[in-house]
Design a protein. Sequence first.
Length: 369
Amino acid sequence: MRSFNPDWKWLGHVALIYAGAVIAGAAADFFRLPLPWMIGAMVFATTVRMSGLAIRVPGFTRPLGQMVVAGSVGLSFTPAAVSALGALLVPMVGAALLTVLAGFLVATVVMRLAHMDVVSASLASVPIGPVETVVLARRHGVDPGPVVFAQTLRIMTLVLLIPPALLALDGGVSDPSAAIRDMPWDAPGAALLALLAVAGAGLARLVRLSNPFFVGSLGGAALGAALSLPVTAFPYALLATAQIFLGVWLGAVFDRSLLVRARGFIMAAFVSTALMIALCAAMGIALSVITGLPWPVMILATAPGSVTEMALTAKILQQGIAVVTAFHVVRIFIILPSAPLIIGVTARVARRYGIGPPGRTQESDEQAR
């Protein structure tokens, strides 16, 4: 019989990574930053990766973190909240389509600043997500390095900028962790919430939905809340652990080799990130005027990515959690499934006008489709 032989070196590595992440999260919590455990862990992991060191953590930590956070966010979908969301369907769809348009406007700036072809610039600018853009970049024969760098930079900037800025402008939240830490919970209610979140994630994977561990878990938890089942929040320690898992994963993506591959594209990525956030914030303010909803809620709702962090920030502000989450979920369901078609059409139009990626042929484009 084969004996159990654990990799003690790897286990020690994992323990050190999470110990550092916990210390960084505790420091962020001490200084009363919003999402302290996520931001602290992300900054720590980014620092480790930028120093050239590896981060090897268990693969289940990201989906586990997503399921816990999604389950917590799903509690906001009460019957009253779901009923109110029906009137916002048109603004949700409109915001998703305008986000794609904003991405293409930003792509024109990237093309000029970085002397980049239109396919690469579009992949770097439209908020599709780092993993999905790598697949599309390889399919269309462009370098995925700058694309991943731009997508990752946008997400990290959103996490580091939007929650602290909104809480500072709000001025009424003295302890950002209180709204999450003080949520009532009991063991049976938390267990039922976990069961619904896992079941939702499993179903989402079965039907091959994008981002299944967040979208599926959110759907399962939201269904339980909408049906008034006896679900409660998770204990704060579990939610803080989930933040740490997600923060380490996000920070580990942003490494030094990514910067090397991006090369001269770095400045263009910073400019495009700032421009994309500004355009979406302007859209959020405009939608606030149209819908009558608070402007912080709509800025969170129209942020170009980071649904997990934006939903948690809404929970901290105790404003429009269901609205923020619903706007992001609608955008995910519109953009991610249609991304191959959007980029494919862009590539064909770009090739017709001679601004597509070099080295493409009609045969390779047929294979990409």
